[in-house]
Design a protein around this ligand. Structure first.
Ligand code: ZN
Length: 447
């Protein structure tokens, strides 16, 4: 018998966690944070030792109480990619289970960097499994990692092979035919799985309503090129801000920075963390061209040293959502000893993630920048998430018998269900909309 429990990420975008029970063995897929709640909680309270329980109470981590009765049966915690809404709760919750943590080399490298930075030790064994390979976890379950593209390196679609059929977990992905870093998705393997018996597909629904194919990262690279190489910046400072974990985007920025003959600085803790995680496993070598400056004090020192020759630099700074404590907001507030001058460039290589806090923070940041007469270039970005037509392709390739929309609120899940219905599925019979903490038994006999 196969049972699925929606532990987190089924009422909201964030704190992703799904548990799958195959007879008496349980696999946890992802253990992520709800970032907005996490930031709110850790900012408001004066916390010394952050615990899993506190995070669950603050709705910042998935509520693993909902699988309390499965606790001793958990055999593995599998992390599909290293975004914090998929991996961020590992330091706080993995220890509740006597289970190994499994991820690709980059994902594991990020976990190790986070544990080091937060000074947390977990008892779980951490196992590396490469993309496009598999691992026999037990007599009942074989885990397979299938390479796919997203906005962070080494993302995988997870296939759990069981005697009842295959369960596929596809949170998060996009189908990028021209990736800037890493390989194309393994379409061949997805099609092969579709010829076998895919019992259920758990799949992201965030952009299921968006009737398009998500453009390639190469499109975002061209947009960046257009501005960095196409707009005259000879006498101006250039600051770019983007997702710290988006190594492909950072690679494009570095490539154009070199063409501009500028020295490059990456300012902020999270940039350092994800770049180091990538360099540790040899998938990038940014630091031969870029100086990483991690802490506020060092950043202050560096900026004051170079403030008379800013036009020689390309700076990448944290704070693309306008976070008041991040580097870009501090530069705009003149908390750092470096004055932006009229007509300097600030490029937002991101979209505003539309939460009330972000919208407010970004508004404040942009107003500050405008008051300094800065030239703002925003929305220089393409998403890492599948849109409706990518999702249609995924379903078409895998031909799952059942679909479970995940990674979204009620509206998003409904949009995915409507796509499935267009493709011949039926709500309640072969498409199942479930909410956080709900369980679902999957019919395992062949139809
Ligand atoms: Zn992601």
């Amino acid at each position: 018998m196969i049972e699925i429990c929606a532990v987190g990420g089924y009422n909201e975008v964030g704190k992703n966690c799904t548990a799958v029970k195959v007879d008496n063995e349980v696999i946890i897929l992802d253990l992520g944070l709800h970032l907005e709640n996490y930031i709110k909680f850790t900012q408001d309270e004066d916390i010394v030792n952050l615990s899993g329980k506190q995070l669950m109470k603050a709705h910042a981590a998935p509520d693993i109480e909902s699988i309390k009765d499965w606790k001793d049966n958990v055999k593995a915690i599998i992390i599909g990619h290293a975004h914090l809404d998929h991996v961020g709760a590992v330091p706080y919750l993995a220890s509740y289970f006597k289970a190994q943590v499994i991820g690709t080399p980059y994902t594991v490298s990020v976990i190790n960097e986070i544990l080091k930075e937060e000074k947390i030790k977990i008892k779980n064994r951490i196992r590396v499994l490469n993309s496009n390979s598999s691992y026999k976890l037990s007599d009942k379950i074989k885990i397979e990692f299938i390479h796919v593209t997203h906005s962070i390196p080494q993302t995988v679609i997870v296939a759990l092979h069981t005697k009842y059929g295959i369960l596929v977990y596809a949170n998060d992905f996009k189908f990028d035919l021209h990736p800037v870093l890493g390989k194309k998705p393994n379409f061949k393997r997805l099609k092969e799985l579709g010829k076998e018996n895919v019992l259920a597909l758990i799949v992201e629904s965030t952009y299921a309503d968006d009737a398009r194919k998500t453009p390639s990262e190469m499109v975002a690279r061209e947009m960046l090129k257009d501005i960095l190489l196409g707009v005259d910046s000879k006498n101006n400072a250039i600051i770019v801000t983007t997702f710290s974990s988006h190594l492909a985007r950072l690679k494009s920025i570095i490539d154009f920075g070199k063409k501009l003959n500028r020295k490059m600085l990456f300012l902020g803790r999270s940039l350092s963390k994800y770049v180091k995680a990538g360099e540790n496993i040899g998938i990038i070598s940014f630091t031969k061209d870029v100086e990483l400056v991690k802490y506020s004090r060092q950043i202050k020192r560096k900026l004051s040293k170079i403030s008379n020759e800013m036009e020689k630099y390309l700076i990448v700074a944290t704070g693309h959502q306008g976070e008041p404590k991040a580097v870009l907001a501090k530069i705009a507030n003149r908390e750092f000893p470096f004055a932006l001058r009229e007509n300097d460039h600030v490029i937002f290589s991101c979209k505003v993630i539309p939460t009330p806090t972000n919208i407010e923070n970004r508004k404040n940041l942009e107003e500050n920048l405008k008051s300094l007469h800065i030239r703002i270039f925003k929305d220089i970005h393409e998403s890492g998430h599948a849109a409706r037509e990518d999702l249609r392709e995924m379903i078409g390739m895998l031909k799952p018998r059942n679909i479970i929309p995940a990674h979204g609120n009620a509206e998003m899940k409904k949009a995915l269900a409507s796509l499935a219905m267009e493709m011949g599925y039926e709500t309640g019979k072969s498409v199942f909309i479930i909410r956080d903490s709900q369980r679902l038994s999957i019919k395992t006999q062949k139809i």
